[in-house]
Write a protein that binds this ligand. Structure first.
Ligand SMILES: Nc1ncnc2c1ncn2[C@@H]1O[C@H](COP(=O)(O)OP(=O)(O)O)[C@@H](O)[C@H]1O
Ligand SMILES: O=P(O)(O)O[C@H]1O[C@H](CO)[C@@H](O[C@H]2O[C@H](CO)[C@@H](O)[C@H](O)[C@H]2O)[C@H](O)[C@H]1O
Length: 558
């Protein structure tokens, strides 16, 4: 098995940490093709100009061997370089059994080091490496490194006595790597790295330590690289990993909602509109849990107590308004450009929807600009930031909210900016709209139905579910609501965030799922209609945005 294309070096594995030439050769040979096959590498579509190993951390394994945590720098023709975590182990031929267990996606390549043939692997597939990480967290270890130290921190959720659990890598296909310990703890190793604590660690640690909200997996610990410069001065922390309690679950809420919609679908051809009561119960429960999460994140400073500035609520300042408007305007420009570039690839119905979006440009811009001066007394807090049905695990009777990393397109600093929690609410409402649209317009059961009728059925399901979610959500705080001034502010903010989310999604779908582009476009147009109503009722004239037939999402005959 290990006979071809061995990359030779005279340095023994443990000594390679200081052999710069060795790593330079690797970044020119084995690493680029390997990294480009990895799900976690986000630079595949960009013009790459090369990789380099920026930093190497060493971890001593229980048997005296060593694994390295490589910080890889990926450079591109345009834009700033990115940094990725790649832990590596070297398994020699003698460990034939272990070698056989390494999946293809963990095999970086064959090497011959100091006369020993072996395989360079992603160390997450090395049980010894996983064990060292977990033990270091359990023991709150700090391990000095050439460029600072690795600080392992144990959180409240990691129980006494759980220091010797067997581990395995989880087959989740995501942008990070997941492993479990004793099927009780879930360790996420972050792959794309940022200078600043990952918002997920902030949020999960805060909710575990400072609140009674139990519908997140409790915080079990973190792995932080405390960087220093060559002169010993400190640099921003880099989060490498986080442990949480493992949540037994069959599925996430996206799948669960899909199951409910399958039941609903059977009645549709018979012109029967039936949503089971337990579906409403679940939607209500999720609204309630969402409200409770925001309640837990709302931490007004009490008299005599020091303010926790990272989580203290803030008003809608001019600075925030300017930030949101600029971000929205930039997003809109990028989306219009993307839509124009891809227009001819869209089917005729998507093209019609795209036209309405184009025609509404001026009205959307005016609506966003309103945000600069409109009086707003609601408050902003830290929020989930990327909230949708896929981020909620469904347990037997309840829900557990995961993935607090925030919006993937935003910088880490942006992800920590406080927003109205209605941004999360808008995320979930968009998700219900996605769920019903994707199901009703892509199923054989509804293939032959009149598209206008189908659109009405879809809208009815969506409005009922949306209102159920929203009512249950708003009920959590009671009246007067501490975070929202009044219904008019709630409506305005919801529209802004719904629009922003749908415009964001438009880009995601053009890039990843062109057949679904119609879903966010329909979401945008629904908001445009609402804006029209508001402006007309305020006595404004509105630009002439064309009306459309219903049946907007139907792909048949396109
Ligand atoms: N605490 C947990 N317990 C059980 N499964 C989890 C837990 N956290 C995440 N998962 C599973 O791992 C998947 C990826 O987790 P997520 O936090 O969304 O990572 P990523 O940011 O890499 O997408 C989730 O969709 C879920 O299936
Ligand atoms: O990978 P992430 O969870 O960070 O989110 C990205 O991918 C999501 C799709 O997996 C995407 O969500 C969109 O599609 C969902 C259905 O697949 C739907 O429930 C969401 O409402 C919709 O936004 C998300 O936008 C993107 O950031």
């Amino acid at each position: 098995m290990l006979t071809t294309n061995l990359l030779p070096s005279s340095t023994a594995w443990p000594k390679t940490a200081s052999d710069t030439a060795f790593w330079t050769i690797l970044t020119q040979t084995l690493l680029p093709p390997y990294v480009n096959t990895c799900r976690w590498f986000a630079g595949k579509a960009r013009q790459q100009t090369g990789f380099s190993v920026q930093t190497i951390h060493s971890l001593l394994l229980p048997d005296g061997d060593v694994s390295f945590l490589l910080i890889l720098e990926a450079s591109y023709a345009d834009g700033v370089p990115e940094h990725y975590l790649l832990p590596v182990s070297f398994l020699t031929k003698t460990g034939a059994e272990e070698l056989a267990e390494i999946p293809q996606k963990g095999r970086i390549g064959e090497l011959e080091l100091d006369g020993q043939a072996g395989l360079l692997i992603d160390a997450i597939y090395d049980e010894r490496f996983r064990q060292v990480l977990f033990t270091a967290i359990y023991q709150n270890q700090t391990i000095p490194q050439a460029t600072g130290k690795l600080a392992f921190h144990r959180g409240k959720g990691l129980e006494e006595g759980d220091d010797n659990l067997t581990s395995r890598v989880l087959p989740v296909d995501s942008s990070n790597s997941a492993m479990t310990f004793g099927d009780k703890y879930f360790l996420k190793l972050y792959r794309k790295l940022f200078e600043e604590t990952n918002p997920e660690v902030d949020m999960v640690a805060f909710l575990t330590d400072e609140s009674n909200f139990t519908h997140i997996p409790a915080f079990g610990g973190s792995i932080i690289w405390k960087q220093t410069n060559a002169d010993g001065s400190a640099r921003p922390d880099v989060t490498l990993g986080m442990v949480q309690r493992m949540v037994p679950n069959d599925k996430d809420s996206w799948m669960q909602t899909g199951d409910y919609l399958n039941d609903f679908l059977y009645g549709v051809p018979q012109r029967m509109f039936a949503i089971r009561e337990d579906v409403f119960d679940k939607v209500e429960l999720l609204g309630k849990r969402t409200g409770e999460m925001h309640c837990a994140l709302y931490k007004p400073t009490r008299e005599g107590e020091p303010a926790d500035l990272a989580f203290a609520p803030e008003p809608f300042t001019d600075e925030y308004r300017a930030f949101l408007i600029k971000r929205f305007e930039d997003l809109l420009e990028r989306r219009y450009a993307l839509l124009i570039d891809n227009y001819t690839k869209l089917d005729p119905l998507a093209q019609r929807l795209a036209w309405v979006f184009m025609e509404a440009k001026e009205m959307i811009e005016t609506f966003i600009a309103d945000f600069r001066t409109r009086p707003l007394d609601s408050l902003r807090i830290r929020i989930h930031g990327d909230y949708h049905l896929g981020q909620v695990l469904a347990t037997a009777t309840d829900f557990v909210i995961i993935d607090f990393e925030g919006e993937p397109e935003s910088t880490i600093t942006e992800r920590k900016i406080k927003h109205s929690p209605l941004k999360d609410v808008a995320g979930m409402i968009r998700s219900y709209h996605y769920a019903v649209s994707a199901k009703l317009f892509n199923s054989t059961e509804t293939d032959n139905l009149d598209p206008d009728h189908l659109q009405r059925v879809s809208d009815r399901w969506f409005y009922l579910i949306r209102d159920t979610f929203l009512d249950a959500y708003l009920d959590v705080f009671g009246a007067p609501h501490p975070l929202f001034k009044n219904n008019s502010e709630i409506n305005f903010l919801l529209l802004i965030y719904l629009l922003e989310k749908a415009v964001y999604e438009l880009g995601y779908e053009i890039s990843y799922r062109p057949a679904w582009v119609k879903i966010p476009l329909k979401g945008i147009i629904d908001v445009v209609r609402e804006i029209e109503k508001i402006r007309l009722s305020d006595g404004h004239s509105v630009p002439d945005v064309p009306m459309l037939q219903t049946g907007l999402l139907q792909t048949k005959g396109a």
